[in-house]
Design a protein around this ligand. Sequence first.
Ligand code: ZN
Length: 392
Amino acid sequence: MKSLWDDNEAKQYQGDLGLRVYTSRLLGRDTSLVLHGGGNTSVKVTEKNIVGGEQALLCVKGSGWDLETIDTPGFPAVKLDHLIKLAELESLSDPEMVNELRTHMTDASAPTPSVEAILHATLPYKFVDHTHADAVVTITNTPKGLDKIKQIYGDSVVYIPYIMPGFDLARLCAIEFEKQRNDNTIGMVLMNHGIFSFADNAKESYERMITLVNMAEDYIKQQSAWALNYDTPAQDDCDAVALAELRLNISRAGGFPVVLSSQRDGKAMTFCNRSDLNKISQQGPATPDHVIRTKRLPLIGRDVDAYVDAYKSYFKTQSANARDPKTILDTAPRVILDKELGMVTAGKSVKEANIIADIYDHTMDIIARAELMGGWHALSAQDVFDMEYWDL
Ligand SMILES: [Zn+2]
């Protein structure tokens, strides 16, 4: 992975917020760092308010924006001092947190700040970058993932065990950052989730992300787990009737019409024909926020009714442990792995089907590499369920 920073391109962006837009887009351009709305970034600035007082603000990615195409309106400004005080509270519910974020913005019409705003606020650097880098989640989702991550990064990053995004994660990161920080600290690894980098200027923060992710990629190469053998031939033809039947059955299960996208290149055909497909594909997503798009598990083969039954039983088991009552979402699969049809994705639109295909295309590499490093080992069903059924 190379830094995409270009001095001439950077000159077109003015001020700290401008450079924040620029390097966020650079992160967004690399699909092995973030995909379709994943990741978030921030910058801390000082501005004069309407009565002439100076105020410190956190400009952080707002909901509904994608790093690849983000612009200045995608960074709502929130009062920084207040966010830092919030991080010191013992607890804060999700609705309370959203209320505090929204009532401490400087522009009432701005989008809601990222749920990771408080986490960004507590890190004492002007620029903070966060991605779900494929290489990092590949390593964290293997047995003894933490030992491997520590071997790669030594004391250059702060280590955070998996905990769901939101207030509790922000609070834990603030505490752990203070405990673990030292002169070499340039980032933070969130197990089974992703990675942060930070610095006081935009270029350095961005390039620290590239450096850290390269260290993870190099480790995977040293383990001979980088180059993948996708040697099953691509399938040019597909059984159109089988695909149409699948589409009908998924639409029935979902209660809405779906569009299917079918990937039958060497990668998809190799993955779908693996003898261990059942074990490796039935664990969970590479990073929890993919669950919103992909659901927790793909359907193997074409038995949609069996998938629906299994999904209902997963909901029943997991919702019994949830803090609040939950209502089941639609039960239709979003990713289908079939020996003949390849990797098929289902969406309510072409765009959605393609987004899910992009995510699972990366997931196949991540799982295949993790399998070469001791075994793919995803988060527990309960952790994934909590994300899938999170009100925010
Ligand atoms: Zn994240």
